[in-house]
Design a protein around this ligand. Sequence first.
Ligand code: FA5
Ligand code: MG
Length: 344
Amino acid sequence: MKERLQELQEEAIQQIQGTQDLKELNDIRVSFLGKKGPITEVLKGMGKLPAEERPIIGEVANKVREAITNAIEKKLATLEQAEVEKKLASQKIDVTLPGRPVRKGNHHPLTAIVEEIEDLFIGMGYTIAEGPEVESDYYNFEALNLPKGHPARDMQDSFYISEETLLRTQTSPIQVRTLEMHEGKGPVRIICPGKVYRRDNDDATHSHQFTQIEGLVVDENIRMSDLKGTLTVFAQKMFGEDRKIRLRPSFFPFTEPSVEMDISCKICHGEGCNVCKGTGWIEILGAGMVHPNVLEMAGFDSKKYTGFAFGMGPERIAMLKYGIEDIRNFYINDRRFIDQFKRA
Ligand code: FA5
Ligand code: MG
């Protein structure tokens, strides 16, 4: 019996030393030390031994168990250590690898030009006003001296939402909203940037959704010369003194007299091209002296107060300033286009 136990011990230790695998090691433990294992089997036969031999065999059996258990624990420790080292080796971090660069964003060129124009007018004492893009027929047209059925409504093909609401076709309704808020008292000096919508056919200089910046100044003794001076300062700051500016007589129902301002084309320098449609000039804004009807409807005394207003297209201004040949570039989100306008 003693020999059998010793054989088992040798056999177990051989197997334990031979394995390189944690699971296999556990299997060895179960197979030798488990309830159905050979050692338990041997001990079951102890009852047949003479009484004086039993404690001797019992002691041997305990020693064998202890030896196997110790061998397993030792092996377990080595295998676990090896496992940790393997992990460390495979998950090593190379701290000398270069990092991934973080991409810096930049302003969309349209945002940048609107902010530049805002800054310019804020510098001249204007404040910024805003209004809704879904606008009532009253503010977009009627209060601007364009009653229902007025032929000049056709100048701006509109997206109607219902009989009385539409996507604003211009930022001019903010003129009326601002005047109403002032309750008949000047001075008023604001600019209003925002999106506007028209059923225009898209081409190099027209988009069905575009941006306008409205300007409005109302006070006592405001004259046409104030408008002209303001627009000239604006154009020179924006485009440089060498670019040509011209004011043409025009018509808007909400201004009288009315003008439009053109800037000489940057693409062809006045010779005529696709962008300026062969004229050498590009229209950037409409303007004029606020019509007395508009002032009166908004609660201002038109005998005491006069004013001027203008509405410009920042896309057109950016095109002229940077030589952009197609307005659609602002809306197709091509990074190669947008990234050219990174600020220094
Ligand atoms: C107006 O919208 C008037 N509300 C401007 C105004 C304001 C006049 C205050 C008098 C007093 P107009 O339709 O011309 O006017 O448009 C003004 C500017 O918006 C144009 O000069 C042009 O720069 C720009 N614009 C007009 N239509 C488009 C379009 N489809 N795409 C891009 N820009 C446009
Ligand atoms: Mg026009």
